[in-house]
Design a protein around this ligand. Structure first.
Ligand code: ADP
Ligand code: ADP
Ligand code: MG
Length: 504
């Protein structure tokens, strides 16, 4: 059994992982770069090792240094968090060679899913529906044009090794091909060290809906339902919620089964996420698999009351899954907002600096996963995300209300944050009505960029939410009619009535 875990990460995720370890009486080891000496994850752990200078490619990304720290501390397992080495198959192999348990999938599964072209190929062979496109490594402008002739504009040119919303470009007409090709290729090379690019059909304003899965070393795989992640800026998620406002039980079962099929195709073991794009007609397509814990995993934990890190450790201990598919039942709603030290009024430039004062939200249904504290200096060298605010409530309207309350309580001075911007997102009528897709931010830019947040009048808000629910119910009825299942209409009506009553 794992006794001591080294967390090869920093910030909120390092602490989040250590919290579960503590509850399992597993000792924790932190690693840090020189800039992170005073970071809270260093104090939280039972012991901590410096793994190098400030730049991550000289510290957090240096496999030898992380392995050294694991050996010095006597850790028997490494949890990679997300980002950094979490999707690095070479790191997984090194852990194996050194006799250290890697808390995550096999190197083989990671390789098959890590590269977008190879993932698409594997999925097609397994019978999973992928976004239309090609699996070819595109080497010239001419070749790109030929491929577009087959699938038609608009398309999206993507780096096969891409991640974090980087390395992709939409092409709407022939005149854009050359520039897009050159830019994407060079970005792919500089950001991911691999210039392979390929083409997918560009789906206009889809939903990004992803399924959490868990697999063990005995071939068991279950899905843990969906997360709606369509609130994105520059292809990066900002606000996530679960369940998805557009999901209905039959679609959930179907997509969940596809997610299980995808994971089984690579003998997946551990926690992973299958991302899908869903269009207006509820056609869904496999987008990619993330072979790690996702930033937004807490909303699944809140709705299912499952600690995903504990499940990961359980699987890494070579034990069978403790949950069966029939145990998985969603309860209530959860929303997550990513809190970032950035200046929304200045093109979301990172805003590093010293946190002067900070008051965090508390109370029923609130969870804050963060790592900063008053007097802490946020380094400029890493991701500007300083934490995540997660709420849970019985209904979607309550969850929105609770999130508004929590954002109102959240006060940070000394650095700029996106808190007011998040409050605006929560007030946007498309969000309130649950009628949004990945085009949401662009569509609502004007409203979102009004630089001052003004308190909304309670009564106005209440009426808006009841109205939103009525709209929501009608919307669901429409969906039900589309799918031809009448039984659901009455169920949803009942559900809507209950929500409206609770509001009043
Ligand atoms: P996706 O991989 O679908 O974009 P995420 O939003 O979970 O989903 O993560 C985006 C990428 O950026 C991932 O590689 C993730 O590991 C990394 N990432 C996101 N936020 C952070 C963060 N705060 N610190 C480090 N890495 C991050
Ligand atoms: P990353 O690895 O950077 O997370 P993804 O392939 O998961 O990249 O795509 C990130 C986001 O980019 C998606 O959630 C979606 O908003 C947009 N996107 C990617 N591919 C397409 C596509 N074919 N059509 C429309 N939008 C897309
Ligand atoms: Mg993605």
């Amino acid at each position: 059994m794992i006794q001591k875990v080294l967390v090869a990460n920093r910030g909120e995720i390092a602490i989040r992982v250590m919290r579960s370890c503590k509850e399992m009486s597993v000792s924790t080891v932190a690693v840090y770069s020189e800039a992170d000496r005073t970071s809270r994850h260093v104090f939280y752990a039972d012991e901590a090792y410096c793994v190098g200078p400030t730049p991550s490619n000289e510290s957090y990304l240096v496999i030898d240094n992380i392995i050294d720290a694991a050996k010095k501390s006597g850790a028997d397992a490494i949890h990679p968090g997300y980002g950094f080495l979490s999707e690095n198959a070479e790191f997984v192999r090194r852990c194996e060679e050194e006799g250290i348990i890697f808390i995550g999938p096999s190197a083989d599964a990671m390789i098959k899913m890590g590269d977008k072209i190879s993932a698409r190929q594997t999925m097609i062979e397994a019978g999973v529906k992928v976004v239309p496109g090609v699996q070819e490594d595109l080497k010239s402008v001419e070749q790109v044009k030929q491929v577009i002739e087959q699938i038609g504009y608009p398309v999206i040119l993507k780096a096969s090794a891409g991640g974090g919303g980087k390395g992709m470009r939409i092409i709407r007409e022939e005149s854009e091909v050359e520039e897009a090709f050159n830019l994407t290729k060079s970005e792919a090379k500089s950001s991911f060290g691999d210039e392979t690019v390929y083409i997918e059909k560009y789906i206009e304003n889809p939903h990004h809906i992803e399924f959490q899965i868990l697999g063990d070393n005995f071939g068991n795989v279950i899905h843990l339902c969906e997360r709606e992640c369509s609130v994105q800026r520059r292809n990066q998620k900002i606000v996530e919620e679960s369940p998805s406002p557009i999901m209905y039980p039959e679609l959930r079962d179907e997509m969940g089964q596809q997610a299980i099929l995808a994971a089984k195709a690579v003998n997946y073991s551990g926690a992973g996420t299958i991302e899908f794009l869903v269009d207006d007609d509820f056609n869904y397509y496999f987008l990619e698999m993330n072979t790690r814990l996702q930033v937004e995993h807490p909303i699944t934990e809140e709705v299912l009351r499952v600690d995903l890190v504990k499940e990961q450790i359980n699987i890494a201990n070579n034990l069978p899954l403790r949950l069966k598919q029939s145990d998985i039942e969603q309860n209530g709603y959860s929303i997550e907002c990513r809190i970032c030290a950035e200046d929304a009024e200045c093109n979301f430039m990172p805003s590093p600096g010293i946190i002067k004062q900070m008051t965090e939200p508390l109370g029923l249904g609130i969870r804050v996963d963060n790592y900063v504290y008053e007097g802490y200096e946020i380094p400029m060298h890493y991701d500007p995300m300083i934490g995540k605010l997660i709420v849970w409530a019985k209904t979607r309207s309550f969850a929105m209300k609770r999130m508004r309350r929590a954002l109102y309580e959240y006060k940070i001075t000394g650095v700029k944050t996106n808190i007011n911007y998040l409050r605006r997102i929560l007030d946007t009528s498309d969000f309130v009505r649950g009628k949004y897709n990945t085009g949401f931010i662009e569509k609502n830019t004007e409203f979102l960029m009004q630089n001052k947040y003004e308190e909304t009048k309670e009564e106005v808000e209440d009426i808006a939410i009841i109205a939103a629910y009525m709209d929501y119910i009608l919307n669901l009825e429409e969906n039900v009619i589309k799918t031809g299942d009448n039984r659901k209409i009455s169920r949803w009506r009942e559900f809507g009535k209950r929500n409206a009553m609770l509001r009043i």
